[in-house]
Design a protein around this ligand. Structure first.
Ligand SMILES: [Zn+2]
Length: 259
């Protein structure tokens, strides 16, 4: 029996707080994969996009400021996002592990996050990069429709609803998000490359980055991410420690301390 099988049987993976970042361009399937991971590991799913849309809906001062920028496909400034994120990371659900989606989007945000988590003794396990070509992203997003009630996302070619124009789950009329037209998508991609690639480079330089080919079928991408996550958790798990001990290794166990 492999260590991974044993971990699944004993539920070790579920007891250990997983701290993960999903990073990738709009349309690479972050939302889909985030939902899977959130359920599997009981994570707090922290999406700056969702948080900002909620502020816009409530018409808070932050929301009104963000609305103008987002409608133009621009990024909301670091200071504003960092304030919002600092508040979110103080919520009690975060201690069971979290998944950050859409954050950090600049090297400054990434550095601020890593220092903050280190100061709270909650280091990240992994940064998973969903990698996808721009042309494929444009093709996907122009045909994307979403449900305003439950957030479910459809694609007119690859994942169409059963009744055209309506959500399978609750029958709500599907919407084509204002920022899912080609010109706005191209602006968002240009902004993404300019701002986020330094973030990817930063996480690569600190050894946390793990790349996944997001052009593969959804289930395949899901499987690849699961393997990466299990690998990252195993590095610091009690079972890994005991396996090393039974293997008779004398090297330092480092931070692999049983909880
Ligand atoms: Zn729905």
């Amino acid at each position: 029996m492999s260590v991974l099988d044993l971990r699944r049987l004993t539920g070790v993976a579920r007891q250990q707080a997983l701290r993960l970042i999903l990073i990738g361009p709009p349309g690479a399937g972050k939302g889909t994969q985030a939902a899977v991971l959130k359920d599997r590991y009981a994570l707090a799913h922290i999406s700056t996009g969702d948080m900002l849309r909620e502020e816009v809906r409530r018409q808070s001062p932050l929301g009104l400021q963000a609305k103008t920028l987002m409608a133009a496909g621009r990024l909301v400034p670091d200071a504003l996002i960092l304030d919002m994120m600092a508040q979110r990371l103080q919520q009690p659900d975060v201690s069971r592990g979290f998944l950050l989606d859409g954050f950090p989007r600049s090297r400054a945000q990434a550095e601020a996050l890593v220092s903050r988590l280190a100061a709270h003794n909650q280091p990240l396990h992994s940064v998973v990069q969903l990698d996808l070509q721009d042309e494929e992203i444009v093709r996907r997003l122009c045909l994307r429709r979403s449900c305003p009630a439950c957030g479910r996302v459809y694609h007119l070619q690859s994942n169409a609803p059963i009744a055209a124009g309506y959500c399978d789950a609750d029958g709500s009329a599907l919407v084509h998000r204002e920022d899912d037209n080609e010109a706005t998508i191209r602006t968002r991609l240009a902004v993404f490359h300019e701002q986020t690639e330094p973030v990817i480079e930063f996480f690569r330089s600190v050894g946390l980055l793990q790349r996944v080919d997001a052009s593969l079928p959804i289930e395949h991408v899901e499987h690849l991410i699961e393997r990466l996550v299990q690998g990252a958790l195993t590095k610091t798990s009690p079972l890994r420690t005991s396996r090393r001990l039974t293997a008779g290794k004398t090297r330092s166990l480092g931070r692999a301390v049983p909880r």
